[in-house]
Ligand binder design. Structure first.
Ligand SMILES: N=c1c2ncn([C@@H]3O[C@H](COP(=O)(O)OP(=O)(O)OP(=O)(O)O)[C@@H](O)[C@H]3O)c2ncn1[C@@H]1O[C@H](COP(=O)(O)O)[C@@H](O)[C@H]1O
Length: 120
């Protein structure tokens, strides 16, 4: 399975958890989180982002880089739930990254009238 298919498959499962049939909070983590309300999803994203930072920091000091992968997977997963709450999914994010392809971040920032990193 290619990576876009994997994300699309996971997005479809998350979408199904929004429905009456798939949304059993007793059986589904996604359904439970959705039913806890928007702040529950956002809180998880904050926690998972912090865990990514901690895993990367540990790897910088000789820890297992594999932990970064695991924590980023948790972060992606929870951000996909946030997207799904707004009728969005990985297709829109991939399209946005594709739109940016070939444009340097420095160039893009300058086009917005901001200074490049390190220049104020
Ligand atoms: N990819 C994931 C996935 N990644 C992480 N998690 C869960 O996310 C939760 C939060 O992770 P934490 O590291 O914070 O663990 P924790 O401290 O136990 O969690 P909390 O008590 O703080 O919620 C854990 O319960 C993980 O099992 C996931 N749960 C589900 N999926 C996918 O979502 C699909 C649907 O899941 P369900 O809705 O549960 O059927 C599954 O088939 C998977 O493909």
């Amino acid at each position: 399975m290619n990576s876009e298919d994997s994300l699309a498959r996971l997005a479809a499962v998350i979408e199904s958890r929004k429905t009456a049939q798939g949304g059993d909070a007793g059986k589904s983590y996604v359904a439970r989180l959705l039913q806890q309300g928007p702040d529950a999803v956002l809180k998880k994203i904050g926690e998972e982002a912090t865990e990514v930072v901690m895993a990367a920091k540990d790897a910088d000091h000789g820890g297992d880089p594999g932990r970064i992968v695991s924590e980023v997977a948790d972060l992606w997963f929870h951000t996909m739930i946030a997207l799904a709450r707004h009728g969005l999914g990985p297709a829109q994010v991939i399209a946005e990254l594709d739109r940016r392809a070939g444009t340097s971040g420095i160039e893009e920032k300058a086009s917005r009238g901001s200074r490049p990193p390190g220049e104020g």
